[in-house]
Design a protein around this ligand. Structure first.
Ligand code: PAF
Length: 283
């Protein structure tokens, strides 16, 4: 596997592949890779000739300096894992390369109407930071396809909208959430959990399944279902930010009769803020 530490080194290799008519798939990450990330790399390998992964802990998407400082950085292990799955190129830029004039001077991108709800409401500025860095990375890598996990469903939708609105020549592919055997969605943030908390965290997925079952049984009292789920999680030791039943296509509040839904939640447990979501397609 090649490692490009600079934008120039990345562009040089991309140019060679382009001259050879190779297709390129891109998996942007913040490192601390786990099976979930590797499943995105596997998907990328199915879809293109060459796979580029980036590892960059993006300061622009953190609205809390303590959270940014604590974010796990494990580049050596990340490299070993990527080598073991035959990734072609790892791009590891620094903050100075990505924001040469500082973050305050950075031109930013935002997706109106989508960035101030759910996780956007709880983490102001977070999604502007995400779509801005993803846009920059897309311009650097110039891949044909980029793969994102459905665990960050709101992020996935925002990126799809950005690509459409800005006419970016790249296809966005969502990949299913990778779960531990308990059902807990894999996340770099799971390592903030103690062993008992990790067991407890499986309740998040169970709660999503319970909400889904209620909807499938024809219950359309969305507010009551959400409230019940929040109370259940709070009584189980979580500090719940939201449990929400939304339209799958645009994350607007779901209305009775709508068929294609997404159930999303965010809750804190100990030091970790965890998110998860599942699809719910009603007949
Ligand atoms: O999902 C992530 O890890 C990040 O938000 C991303 C897409 C790599 C942008 O920094």
């Amino acid at each position: 596997m090649q490692i490009a530490e600079t934008i120039t080194a990345l562009r040089t290799q991309i140019k060679v592949w382009r001259q050879q008519n190779q297709t390129i798939a891109f998996v942007p990450t913040m490192g601390n890779l786990h099976q979930g990330h590797l499943s995105l790399v596997a998907k990328a390998q199915e879809l293109a000739d060459k796979v580029v992964v980036s590892v960059f802990v993006n300061p622009l998407q953190f609205n809390d300096a303590t959270d940014l400082a604590a974010y796990p950085r494990t580049l050596e292990q990340d490299i070993q894992q990527l080598v073991s799955v035959d990734c072609d190129l790892l791009f590891t830029p620094t903050s100075e390369m990505m924001y040469p004039n500082g973050m305050e001077a950075q031109t930013t991108v935002s997706v109106p109407g989508m960035d101030d709800k759910l996780c956007g409401r709880d983490r102001p500025g977070h999604f502007d930071g995400v779509v801005t860095i993803v846009n920059k990375l897309f311009n650097m890598v110039q891949a044909d396809i980029a793969i994102f996990g459905e665990k960050d469903y709101q992020q996935l939708l925002l990126i799809k909208i950005m690509v459409q609105d800005l006419n970016l020549p790249i296809e966005i592919v969502g990949s299913p959430t990778y779960r531990e055997s308990s059902g807990l969605a894999m996340s770099s943030r799971n390592q903030y959990l103690t062993d008992p908390q990790r067991e407890q965290a499986a309740e998040l997925y169970q709660t999503l399944l319970t909400v889904k079952a209620q909807l499938e049984q024809g219950d359309q009292s969305f507010d009551a279902i959400q409230q019940q789920a929040i109370e259940h999680l709070n009584n189980s030791g979580f500090a719940t930010d939201y449990v929400d039943i939304r339209r799958a296509d645009n994350l607007e509040q779901a209305k009775a009769g709508e068929k294609s839904l997404r159930i999303l939640l965010a809750a804190k447990l100990g030091q970790a803020r965890l998110i998860d979501n599942i699809a719910c397609n009603l007949a």
